[in-house]
Design a protein around this ligand. Structure first.
Ligand code: UD1
Length: 330
């Protein structure tokens, strides 16, 4: 591998920290840039951490120069859809403008490989609940728009020869490091697996099912849940792809099949050995009935093969981490 040091923005967050750990296990030098607004210092383990924001041009310049960065994995972002609806400018600032700043610094410093954390939220609702990379993008939230605008900047920088990219569009990420070293510690999360595990350990009183009248087999929403370890592996392969001179590309990250909210609850109940307290509520604003990836391209382009495509394994690793947090009083 010709990469010298990989800059991982947002490397103290849930997904970024799993990637940092895997990169270091693979012997890659990394430096993490994270403002710790939602991330945690301990999540980077002993990787070098610079505390700061990707919107800080002078800081980003210094990090790229001092650490001889020649590839970037860009995770740092805000990711909560309802929050983006309430405060769109914050999302365009944190996600779009900060990415623009980072890209400008990368171009200045000759960084020519960039892996970008995008989202299935760029698709919006689709007729059959499935989305392939060529499905038209019609984001319905400022969050999805803020990410799509970053994708466009990368497209244009590829076109003018400045840099190559891999855009990874995440579906529903869940689960934690199977060895329990790091996990999903985000506070006030709204994500289904996280909320369900918090209920299982008694941190929350009940789990609300948002909508039981969807036109799905059991009436609840369906999503494509991908284990964070498989997602992290996709990032290492994306970097390899670029190192080997591969072309810029956009890839869905999912397993290609979905589970309902009730199926997720059942998996967490099996992992915990006890029923969860569940209440049925109306549909949540902005939710779509189903979204499942067409995930063939990532296998073809990166040779990626999921190793954790197992809802019970996702539930067990997520719950194990939640129990660890609870034991710490976190
Ligand atoms: C997540 C991502 C979004 C991405 C999408 C891809 C975040 C914050 N959101 O959103 O960026 O585009 O996956 O599919 O990372 N649910 C409940 N009760 C709860 C929580 C959730 O019933 O307490 C239901 C929701 O109504 C939905 C499903 O569970 O049907 C999944 O919701 P959630 O985990 O919040 O993820 P998405 O909204 O799909």
């Amino acid at each position: 591998m010709s990469t010298k040091t990989v800059l991982v923005t947002g490397g103290a967050g849930y997904i970024g920290s799993h990637v940092v750990r895997q990169l270091r296990e693979a012997g890659t030098a990394v430096v993490v840039l994270d403002d710790l607004s939602t991330g945690f210092r301990e999540a980077v383990l002993d990787a070098p951490l610079v505390v700061g924001n990707t919107g800080d041009a002078a800081l980003v310049d210094a990090v790229l120069r001092e650490h001889h960065v020649d590839a970037v994995l860009h995770f740092a972002a805000r990711t909560i859809v309802p929050e983006s609806v309430a405060d769109p400018l914050r999302y365009y600032a944190n996600n779009t403008c900060a990415t623009r700043n980072l890209l400008e610094a990368c171009v200045r410093h000759g960084v020519r490989r960039f892996v970008f954390s995008s989202t299935a939220a760029v698709y919006g609702p689709t007729a059959d609940g499935r989305a392939g990379e060529d499905t038209p993008t019609q984001p319905i939230s400022p969050y999805g728009c803020s990410k799509l605008m970053s994708e466009w900047m990368l497209r244009d920088l590829d076109a003018n020869g400045s840099m190559k990219h891999v855009i990874l569009r995440y579906f529903n990420v869940a689960g934690c490091d199977p060895h329990g070293r790091i996990g999903h510690s985000t506070r006030d999360s709204t994500l289904l697996f996280k909320v369900a595990c918090e209920v299982a350990v008694g941190k929350r009183g009940e789990l609300a099912i948002f909508g039981t009248d969807y036109a799905t087999p059991d009436g609840t929403g369906i999503r494509d849940f991908i284990h964070v370890e498989d997602l992290a592996d996709a990032h290492l392969r994306a970097l390899d792809h670029l190192d080997r001179g591969g072309a810029s590309t956009t890839l869905n990250c999912g397993y290609g099949h979905g589970y309902s909210v009730r199926e997720v609850i059942a998996a967490v109940e099996r992992a915990s050995g006890a029923p969860l307290r569940v209440v049925e509520r109306p549909r949540r604003d902005g939710d779509i009935p189903a979204l499942v990836a067409d995930a063939r391209r990532i296998r073809d382009v990166l040779g990626w093969t999921p190793r954790h495509d197992d809802l019970d394994l996702i539930a067990r690793t997520a719950l194990a981490w939640e129990r660890r947090l609870a034991a710490r009083g976190a």
